[in-house]
Design a protein around this ligand. Sequence first.
Ligand code: NI
Length: 150
Amino acid sequence: MPVMEIRKAGDRVLKEIAAPVEKIDRKIKHLLDNMAETMYSADGVGLAAPQVGVSLRLVVIDVGEGIIELINPEIIACEGSEEGTEGCLSVPGMYGEVERYATVTVEALNRAGKTIRINGSGLLARAFQHEIDHLKGILFIELAKTIHKG
Ligand code: NI
């Protein structure tokens, strides 16, 4: 599976509103495979399709508990708030303190086309919100209270 080029802040695709996936076909499944490969090879915990130049609502996440694939994800419930440090493969070398919901529930389709709901807190909740923001053209540096290097 090929590793894809990760687009960096300033690339127009990162500012676009990603389109919903209409049909989960072989191309979409292949793209999910390549996104996971790209995320792992870059040592990331999440990657959204716009980051590899594809403006579709697709996300992969692995915070150390195995791969999570989300197709057309939406946050359907949220609770609390928590500040934490974030980075992004599209903004290399920069980190920021971002306030996020402490717990979120995400609804999405899996690659079989089945609706799934995942409840996440801590790093997983943060990853859900960070990656879903990518689908809205939002980067964490626009939300961060403070930004620092390395
Ligand atoms: Ni990111």
